[in-house]
Write a protein that binds this ligand. Structure first.
Ligand SMILES: [Zn+2]
Length: 635
């Protein structure tokens, strides 16, 4: 049934078969969801159960939005909200978005503002007619987080039109009959970086991830030049997580004709915008050509449809997706993709951690159905066994303590998102237990903002950490152990000053403030550089790791000068947000149901091949390690 007919049909059923027809002034699509515009909210709320039943019947999520005519005037509405919501909720901001009739309430304790089972939300809605949306006030203030939220709210007129259009496209009449499915690697196959894949059926084209390789010049971007990529015809982009090698090229798509939705978790959306802004910011400062600009990032934000874990969502006439925890970084998702009416099911793991970390629970491995598993192979090599985390932590603390005792400083290059917070939580834990002295920990680059986003989405963190954050005085991220480096002057002070631990971007030393620290601190043998994350082949980090003792770097005057590396160089394995070989094998062993085929991507050539061959031998499944530009017919 075509979109318009489906809408007419929904309207007819509402009119003829429900008791609340008179409360509704219009019905439309809002992306994959159906929105009821209502003129009598009271009547609709009395029929909550009927609406739920109705949603189940049409297999759509239903959103209630007030007809603009019934909205209480914002000043009065704000007063009412403050009267209804208990002060303990700690409201920090109330923002009205007239066009969609939505009011965003930012609160320190959102649970209190929502009420038991949403009871307070319903009461607010009944009183003022605006749809209340409660978001958590991040305990760490961040301009960028605030701007992301504001730009979503302010862009809401355009957004409504965008979502209507997307809704019509999702619910279009299927044109094609046929049941083939193909999967093309556009990047990130037998390599790490620029992950991007295309899933094609006779009816739909869906892109999965669209990243950049920040450490490479000739292999920086995915192969969007292939004939099957016609950006205006792309149905959707699925974004598994916010690292740039998965999301860094998404704004580019909008610059060149893509107008569809990007599906990701809310935490991924915020983190992705943060890292994309950082990415274009660095390129701008270093006078490198920009693949896209800030405006394209805003366009991406406007087309973003956030989905929580377990939300089942139609994204094309024959494609339905569900996200599950991937255990890799905040908001990271495994995408379960259901094609056709039960024809085929595939799972794309994105980056995967099948073990508990200090931040997150292990990746989900149980799915309703599964034929093909496409998986992370970063540490798929036979040698890639990581030490136990507890040992890695002890080793890290030993290096830190020895360095600071001899009067040195520790540089920890880290991705802004993931490893930095993992190390922060570790340091805070040791400090709190009295196992680490009070040596200050400086955070430079985007780490502060990324951490602020972590505090805004505690529901995505591990149950233990979540518990501690909900009791605000035990939030490890706001410990006074951590200090933010606000600019070049303070950076110079840190470099000049007493022993310190410096966590700074970029994680593979491809740019960013970490280079400033490195340039000055490298010649002094008292200092230590500790790698805690993956260093991509060709990156500066990898070169130093391999033992380069003279590193050419651009100085303040723009000239290349050799930096002498006398500092201690250490690598601590075991902090990875990726599964090691044993965990990867274990993931396939535990995957339920057992897949018929496994495709190994996101790893160096040898690792992808080695993992594919081991999985084939162990589990008697068909395995493949495609190269970029290869297509596999799945069905
Ligand atoms: Zn990642």
């Amino acid at each position: 049934m075509a979109a318009e007919e489906l809408l007419q049909e929904i309207k007819r059923i509402v009119r003829e078969e429900t008791p609340f027809a008179s409360a509704i002034s219009d019905i439309d699509f809002e992306g994959p969801r159906v929105v009821f515009y209502c003129k009598n909210l009271g009547l609709l709320m009395e029929n909550g159960e009927v609406i739920k039943e109705f949603a189940r019947k049409i297999r759509k999520r239903i959103i209630l939005r007030p007809d603009p005519k019934i909205l209480t005037e914002p000043k009065k509405a704000e007063k009412d909200i403050r009267r209804l919501v208990p002060t303990e909720a700690g409201i920090t901001d109330i923002i009205f978005s007239q066009n969609v009739g939505e009011v965003t309430i930012e609160a320190q304790k959102p649970g209190i503002a929502i009420g038991k089972g949403g009871s307070l939300l319903r009461e607010i809605m009944r009183e003022i007619s605006w749809t209340p949306r409660v978001v958590r006030a991040p305990p760490i203030k961040s301009e960028i987080v605030r701007n992301i939220r504001l730009s979503i709210i302010q862009g809401s007129t355009k957004r409504r039109d965008i979502l209507r259009k997307i809704g019509r496209r999702i619910h279009r009449e299927p044109k094609s009959k046929g049941d083939w499915i193909r999967f093309t690697a556009l990047g990130g196959a037998r390599e790490v970086g620029r992950s991007s894949f295309l899933l094609q059926t006779p009816e739909s084209r869906v892109m999965i991830d669209c990243g950049v390789n920040v450490a490479s010049e000739d292999r920086a971007f995915p192969h969007l030049e292939v004939p099957e990529i016609r950006l205006p015809e792309l149905d959707a982009v699925i974004l598994t997580h916010a690292h740039l090698d998965h999301c860094g090229f998404v704004p580019y798509l909008f610059k060149y004709g893509f107008e569809g939705p990007v599906y990701c978790t809310p935490a991924t959306r915020d983190l992705a915008v943060l890292l994309q802004l950082d990415y274009v910011g660095i390129a701008e400062r270093e006078d490198r050509p920009l693949p896209y600009n800030k405006r394209d990032i805003t366009t991406f934000l406007r087309h973003c449809i956030p989905l929580d874990y377990s939300d089942v969502t139609d994204i094309a006439p024959d494609v339905r997706i569900t996200f599950h925890n991937a255990g890799h970084i905040l908001g990271s998702a495994i995408a379960h993709i259901h094609i056709g009416e039960g024809i085929y099911n595939l799972v794309y793991t994105g980056d995967l951690k099948f073990d508990s970390t200090r931040l997150l629970s292990p990746a989900v491995c149980t799915f309703p159905r599964l034929e093909t598993l496409i998986m992370d192979s970063t540490y798929g090599g036979a040698e890639d066994i990581q030490p136990f985390r507890a040992n890695a932590e002890k080793e890290f603390i030993r290096i830190v303590t020895e360095t600071t005792k001899r009067g040195g400083k520790v540089i920890v290059p880290a991705f802004a998102v993931g490893r930095a917070q993992e190390v922060m939580v570790l340091l805070e834990d040791y400090k709190r237990k009295g196992l680490l002295d009070g040596t200050p920990v400086y955070l430079d680059g985007m780490i502060w903002e990324a951490t602020a986003i972590h505090t805004a989405y505690p529901e995505y963190l591990s149950p233990e950490l979540r518990e501690r954050i909900f009791r605000a005085d035990e939030n490890p991220f706001i410990s006074d152990l951590f200090e933010r480096v606000k600019g070049p002057d303070q950076r110079a002070q840190v470099i000049e000053g007493d022993p310190a631990i410096i966590i700074s971007t970029a994680g593979m030393m491809a740019g960013g403030p970490v280079l400033e620290y490195f340039k000055t601190l490298a010649p002094d043998p008292r200092n230590t550089l500790v790698f805690v994350g993956y260093q991509c082949e060709g990156s500066l980090g990898r070169r130093i790791q391999k033992g380069w003792r003279e590193v050419p770097l651009r100085n303040d005057k723009g000239r290349v000068a050799e930096v002498k590396v006398n500092m201690e160089i250490q690598t601590v394995e075991g902090f990875s947000g990726h599964s090691d070989r044993a965990q990867l094998l274990n993931y396939v062993r535990r995957a339920s149901p057992k897949p018929q085929r496994v495709i190994c991507v996101h790893g160096d050539e040898n690792n992808c091949i080695s993992l594919a061959s081991a999985l084939h031998k162990l589990f008697k499944v068909e395995t493949k390690a495609p190269r970029s530009l290869e297509t596999i017919r799945l069905h």
